[in-house]
Design a protein around this ligand. Structure first.
Ligand code: NQM
Length: 366
């Protein structure tokens, strides 16, 4: 990373815009951004066009799912290839937060590392070991690189894959996630806790989430994200629980933070394992995050957890986690260790695509 505090409005900054899973974000090499977090964040706000509900003067897409940044650098660890720092850029607020990671942008990190020369591609597939800087978790990502080139559309490798929430098909990317040494699947130490009279399971299989029963909040589970976002009473009830659950999960004061995510669970409607609606936390997700799905799938496999009693599970998996845009197939294993602690791993299939690669020009300071 550079020491100098440049104002790159004029010169621009090397940047790749990618769709990662069902999200979209700006990918940077760490060395192309200032080292100082405050200066870096100021530039990222200006790149995205925040704060502004329309993000009209930047590359942000006016929704939290399209106002995301991935910063990638070579890893100092001998058995890890690259470090991936995720930053959530506020849309109408001037905020840049590293309090969570993003499994969707993670899907594009391996390809980006190859494109920027941080990883040498294989002749058929490439596997990249990625440290998630925000959480300490490790992802092992495998994707097709026929003749040493990233195959985004999947045609050259014959891996065309459809994921719900994205039109068409693209090359399949397999992401295996294992928890970092300090991770706790049930961060409060309990299978369920009670907040404001509601049973809740606080679980973190890559993303801290709170599992609640939808019917306790007058939610059927078939509502659209817009219908749920219009219910002020529901938002207030969930926010009250979130503010109590955050400290119980060791996240400290989560007022203004984007975690934990709040899940309303109901029986599956389309032959899947369970139906979900997720507050992330101010907006309602149009589908589901990768790591959110891994956390939900782990939760419904723990006896006594919220949702375990309504979930339809098969021995072989994957668990089809239903969401407003379709289903997410989550391959998750949970195990109770000799130390009485639950642990989990997950494997997800996503797609990602390079949209443009070039130079981005941050708008001037406000
Ligand atoms: O859970 C949205 C997304 C996410 C997170 C959010 C994610 C994940 O769908 O793995 O990817 O954090 O609000 O991009």
């Amino acid at each position: 990373m550079t020491e100098d505090v440049r104002d790159p409005s004029g010169d621009g900054i090397r940047c790749m815009l990618m769709r990662g899973g069902t999200s979209k974000g700006a990918y940077f090499l760490a060395e192309d951004l200032p080292m100082q977090p405050a200066e870096r964040d100021s530039i990222l706000l200006r790149v995205m066009g925040s704060p502004d509900p329309t993000q009209i003067d930047g590359v942000g897409g006016a929704h939290p799912l399209t106002s995301k940044v991935a910063i990638v650098s070579p890893s100092a660890e001998s058995d890890v290839d690259v470090d991936y720092l995720f930053l959530q850029v506020g849309v109408d607020q001037p905020t840049v937060s590293d309090a969570q990671t993003c499994g969707n942008l993670l899907a594009g990190v391996g390809a980006f590392a190859v494109e920027r020369g941080l990883v040498t591609p294989g002749e058929e597939t490439t596997t990249v070991r990625i440290r998630l800087v925000n959480t300490g978790d490790l992802a092992i990502e495998t994707f097709p690189t026929p003749r040493g080139r990233v195959d985004y559309d999947g045609a050259a490798s014959g891996t065309e894959t459809a994921i719900d929430g994205v039109p068409g098909t693209a090359a399949g990317i397999e992401i295996q996630l294992s928890a970092g040494p300090d991770a706790r699947l049930l961060p409060s130490g309990n299978v369920t806790d009670v907040f404001d009279g509601h049973r809740a399971t606080l679980i973190d299989n890559g993303m801290p989430v709170v599992l609640l029963r939808a019917d306790e909040f007058g939610v059927a589970g078939t509502e659209t994200p817009t219908e749920l976002e219009e219910r002020a009473d529901l938002k207030d009830a969930l926010e009250s629980i979130r503010l109590q659950a955050g400290p119980a999960m060791g996240l400290g004061d989560v007022a203004g933070a984007t975690v934990p995510k709040m899940f309303l669970l109901s029986p599956a409607r389309h032959g899947g394992a369970v139906s979900t609606r997720a507050f992330i936390p101010a907006r309602v997700h149009t589908s589901i995050g990768v790591l959110m799905a891994a956390s939900v799938a782990a939760g419904i496999r723990i006896p006594g957890a919220v949702g375990a009693d309504i979930a339809a599970l098969t021995d072989s998996g994957p668990d089809a986690i239903e969401h407003p845009g379709g289903t997410f197939p989550a391959r998750v294993q949970v195990q109770l260790g000799d130390d009485d602690q639950w642990r989990a791993t997950s494997i997800s299939t996503r797609t990602a695509r390079k949209i443009f690669d070039g130079v981005v020009y941050p708008r001037p300071r406000l």
